[in-house]
Write a protein that binds this ligand. Sequence first.
Ligand SMILES: [Zn+2]
Length: 479
Amino acid sequence: MKKTLLLLALPATALLAREARRSAPPAKIYDLVINHVSVVDVAAGRLRPDQTVAVAGGKIVRVGPATGRYAARQTVDGTGRYLLPGLWDMHVHFRGGDSLAAANKKSLALYLAHGITTVRDAGGDLTPFIYQWRQEEAAGTLAGPRLFTSGPKIDGPGATWPGSLEVTTPAQVSHALDSLQKLRVDYVKIYDSKLSGEAYLETIAQAEQRGLKTTGHMPYSVTLAEAVNRGLDATEHLYYVFKACSGKEDSLTALVRNSLTTSKPLGLFALLPAVYDTYSPAAAQRIFRLMAAHHTAAVPTLAIGHTLAGLAENDHAHDTLRAYIDPKIQRTYAKRLAGARQQSAAARAFSQKLEARFRTLVPQMQAAGVAILAGSDSGPFNSFTYPGASLHDELRLLVQAGLTPAQALRAATLNGATFMGVAARSGSITEGKDADLVLLTANPLADITNTRQIEAVVSRGKLYARADLGRMLAAIKNK
Ligand SMILES: [Zn+2]
């Protein structure tokens, strides 16, 4: 009886195929079928209307025109809906020490509820916890985005961030990379609070020899071209790309290098006004072409730049998302806020100007063939840059900067998967790939802010309807 019903539910073509192959195994019952949906093809940058997407065993097993009915444990009518690949946030942080581990863990729900099915942790001091969460997610006992991590950052002696691996000599660099490889990190994140230019370039070179990806900040005592030529895989934020857009980069770099042995070493922020004033379109084109040729990606992190540049002026007291940010994490917001309030009016005006200039770099990099990665930089200490929501801010700002919605969506899907080396199994709605999906009620190619119109999220093949996502958020809401 059951079998007959199942056969009736199959499309005619499948029935014929069964007639032809009587010995074939019984027809598959899919775990989930989304019918009559407009699939957002992020690779082609267009919609494929009226599709059926079938999911089984955590994978997308069928994508094609909606021509019949399918046997499935769960069926979703996708009429008038848009299906995106799950979003990737390519720059987040889990950090703040063991006492904040549980608070950090709660942010996983925020990511998932905002359609973010993969995040790349860009360094912190909670690596053992990240591995633990990853195991729980794989076992199906924890709902959250897939986690890539750099583990601890590499920096110089007396590093700003706790837990960093501090290196000066080539032997120390080698030792640090040994320990990261032992941890089986997904890539190496380099920071620049105390790191020497020499140790920075040495880290990239040694990591390159070991086949490890490197991304990072950069000491202003070296040039981005030096880092790109050594094999840097991505430059985080736009300060370092921006420095390379100066027509006087070499002399400014020499100025920094010479200052390091004096009582007044020049840092990034001291140099930025001079970099701004010497911006050269020709130098910009040169560095973008070099980055494209060496496949060095850029992670603009425009949203946090925007938030931090307006920190002193904008009142975040009534942000609704604060209800979902653990008070312990909210306490970490105080430091940047106090710093912003101490800034002079001139310094504030300059950071606004800088953010505006940064945005102009994004479409130029895209046109030159540089891979853009969407990253929010959300996490503890990064004031009011909320996990989940801030990636949607990033998408909006990438489009405001001049990317098309399709390019911005690629930056938050396929480009992330390609960067992490998993594009064969993630990043687009393609048969055989992971069933990480976001169902929207409005077209994100028409208006990028429609990525916020989330009806359901599919993570590892499991459907979270709006009510499920609501329950997930309620569970982490502050009492
Ligand atoms: Zn960061």
